[in-house]
Design a protein around this ligand. Structure first.
Ligand SMILES: [Zn+2]
Length: 668
């Protein structure tokens, strides 16, 4: 695909004129024009309208919408509408309705509700994608195809069970291999026939919502379910691609959403897009990390911000307004981390149903004289000014953090040693260090080319899949620096423990042996002592470590393992490996990672710029440095930017310039 997928920053969002009388549409476009809105995503939930019955299709209204937007030269993001079943289909073919984790087959209702293995659903979804491509594929204003919407969830119906057995036969070939992979000798669960396999839900192996008696089958079901839904995406994509060979095809993802293996998905998508809905108390670092993960899905390729709210959400417990300037700042945060589009959900606020209090560009008052609209219009004017300067820009970061959905599933299915261990939380602790130091990071898959990084960080790298340990060894051998932690190197891809001592295949690399793992309850803590006498609290888990070649960086200072190593460093080939055997309090982690970054020769974009978010994008040797003040107070702009130009105002950064809360610079 081309470096520049779009000619301009798409600015707009979900537009549902089908929910409104036609006389309002012209008024909509009049208002949008004042905000320089140039793009609309249409047909996201219109299946029941454009296929009112099994035999009948009716595109008359969609034709009018697309004509109107095309005449106004909008970049149209055309959705395929297959994310909510029409009532006639649910009624006539109950098999299209999902069966939930408790084994209840659902009736008509909600959305994201189709069984991915229903042949009826597949038949009609494919046909719909085909018909849309035939009808609109040649329209030059169709800029992007948006398949389905926020794919997710699981189904546990009989169709899925049958398809799962086929998937397992292809994977394992023999029943013996499957019994071994899932360790079914445990509790005498040995299987002799493929049709003895039942889905791992609340009626079988499930322990509560989140745990399982047999992680092997449950992890495989996550993989199978992700593959099944991905097959739905590919089916619609291929139907469109056979008719329209050039327009990019996407579907909107959801950051660190657990259920789908997005690295696998991204390989099938022309461009990644995602929906950014932080809550009032989501740390800015977490939003930045999600953006970086979305950019990482396709090895650094820029992405679309398919949805964000201009003001508030409706579905969170506390739906705060975005403060003045916040929407603009958040939009630039997305662009700073790789977004080529800024799109809202939605352009006009619904009159009824559960999203009627979800913010929109045009509020219920119906005109443009609102705070929210003024802010949308200001941003629109700025983005219009930026033109295509940033489209397709990438980054050249030197720190990579590993993220892996198999690890996510396996780690969180594991029973013990500590129920509070959460995958994304652990990754975020490390990400936050780099974020706060203004060291830009790539979020990467375990299959990435590691050689472009000076430092790799892999918190809780619990599952080591075939070949990974060797690739990490080669990376460090050649001079790479590697940080890993407790709960790493423990199991293979079937969640079977590597025998011979923890951390299994990472033992040589780390130069240690972990004999036992202690779990600390929330009210408990231990302490670690660095050789420099610095002392910090630690929590959650404590590895009891023996040195096998590594040096000790810090020891525990309480409990029966006082004086034993908590953090180690090993020289391996030309590189170094740090093993962090416990969860350090924030200051302790900062103290450690300051040493790691120094020894790995990692430099921040700007020193001593606490409270500012500073990151870079690069295209054709032109660097764009984003300086964001996401705090509530004014911040001094770092002196290194003195005399440089701010692209947003075309003014030069003056000495001792101050950036107001939520203000932004793009420095060139
Ligand atoms: Zn199903």
């Amino acid at each position: 695909m081309k470096n520049k997928m779009f000619k301009r920053i798409l600015y707009g969002g979900d537009y549902n004129p089908n929910q409104w009388p036609e006389e309002i549409w012209s008024e909509d476009l009049r208002i949008f024009k004042q905000a320089e809105i140039n793009s609309a995503t249409v047909n996201v939930f219109s299946w029941a309208k454009i296929q009112p019955s099994e035999k009948n299709y009716d595109f008359s209204e969609l034709d009018k919408v697309i004509d109107k937007l095309s005449q106004a030269k909008y970049d149209i993001v055309l959705a395929t509408s297959t994310a909510a079943l029409p009532a006639w289909m649910s009624k006539r073919y109950p098999e299209v309705n999902r069966t939930d984790y408790e084994g209840r087959q659902h009736k008509f209702g909600q959305r994201h509700n189709a069984c991915p293995n229903s042949l009826v659903y597949q038949k009609y979804a494919r046909k719909m994608a085909e018909k849309l491509a035939e009808r609109y594929g040649q329209n030059p204003q169709i800029t992007c195809w948006h398949i389905n919407n926020e794919y997710g969830g699981q189904c546990y119906c009989e169709n899925c069970a049958k398809a799962f057995r086929v998937w397992l036969q292809q994977k394992y070939q023999t029943i013996e291999a499957l019994n071994k992979a899932w360790n079914l000798e445990f509790w005498g669960h040995t299987i002799y026939e493929w049709d003895e396999i039942v889905l791992p839900n609340a009626l079988s192996e499930g322990i509560g919502k989140d745990k399982t008696a047999f992680s092997g089958i449950s992890i495989d079901y996550c993989r199978f379910n992700s593959d099944s839904i991905l097959a739905n995406f590919k089916m619609e994509r291929d139907a469109i691609r056979s008719i329209d060979q050039t327009t990019p095809i996407t579907t909107n993802l959801m950051g660190t959403y657990k259920t789908l293996d997005y690295f696998k998905w991204a390989k099938e998508m022309d461009i990644v897009s995602w929906d950014n809905y932080p809550s009032y108390n989501t740390p800015w670092a977490q939003t930045a990390m999600r953006h970086d993960l979305m950019r990482g899905l396709k090895n650094g390729q820029s992405f679309m911000l398919m949805e964000q709210t201009p003001s508030q959400q409706n579905w969170q417990p506390y739906n705060s307004l975005k403060r003045p300037g916040q929407m603009r700042a958040q939009s630039y945060q997305a662009i700073a981390h790789g977004a080529d589009t800024i799109q809202f959900f939605q352009l006009r606020r619904s009159v009824g149903a559960c999203e009627k209090f979800h913010g929109a560009v045009i509020e219920h008052v119906g005109h443009e004289n609102t705070r929210v609209f003024r802010e949308v219009a200001q941003l629109g004017a700025e983005l219009n000014q930026l033109g295509d300067a940033l489209i397709g820009a990438t980054s050249n970061n030197k720190v990579g953090i590993l993220f892996d959905w198999d690890n996510y599933w396996a780690l969180e299915y594991t029973s013990g040693p500590n129920k509070d261990l959460k995958y994304v939380d652990q990754i975020l602790q490390y990400y936050t260090y780099f974020y706060e130091k203004n060291i830009a990071v790539d979020m990467i898959s375990v299959d990435s080319d590691f050689s472009q990084y000076d430092l790799l960080v892999a918190p809780v790298l619990y599952m080591i899949k075939a070949g990974l340990a060797e690739r990490l060894e080669n990376y460090v051998q050649a001079g790479g620096n590697f940080v890993t932690t407790f709960m790493s190197g423990l199991v293979d891809e079937s969640d079977l423990v590597y025998l011979g001592g923890y951390p299994g295949p990472l033992k040589n690399l780390a130069g240690i042996w972990v004999e036992e793992i202690d779990a600390l309850a929330p009210e408990q803590a231990n302490k670690v002592n660095f050789a420099t006498k610095e002392e910090y609290e630690c929590h959650l888990l404590c590895d009891l470590i023996h040195i096998e070649g590594a040096e000790t960086i810090a020891n525990y200072s309480t409990d029966f393992y006082t004086g034993t190593p908590a953090i180690t460093k090993n020289s391996y080939g030309e590189g170094k490996v740090w093993y962090v055997g416990t969860q350090l309090e924030k200051n302790g982690l900062t103290y450690l990672l300051d040493q790691v970054t120094q020894e790995s020769k990692i430099r921040p974009i700007a020193e001593n710029a606490q409270g500012l978010e500073i990151t870079k994008r690069v295209i054709d040797d032109q660097e764009f440095t984003f300086v964001l003040n996401l705090s509530q107070v004014e911040k001094r702009v770092p002196a290194i930017f003195n005399g440089k130009k701010n692209l947003l105002t075309n003014q030069f950064v003056s000495k001792e310039m101050v950036l107001k809360s939520f203000d932004v610079l793009i420095i060139i």
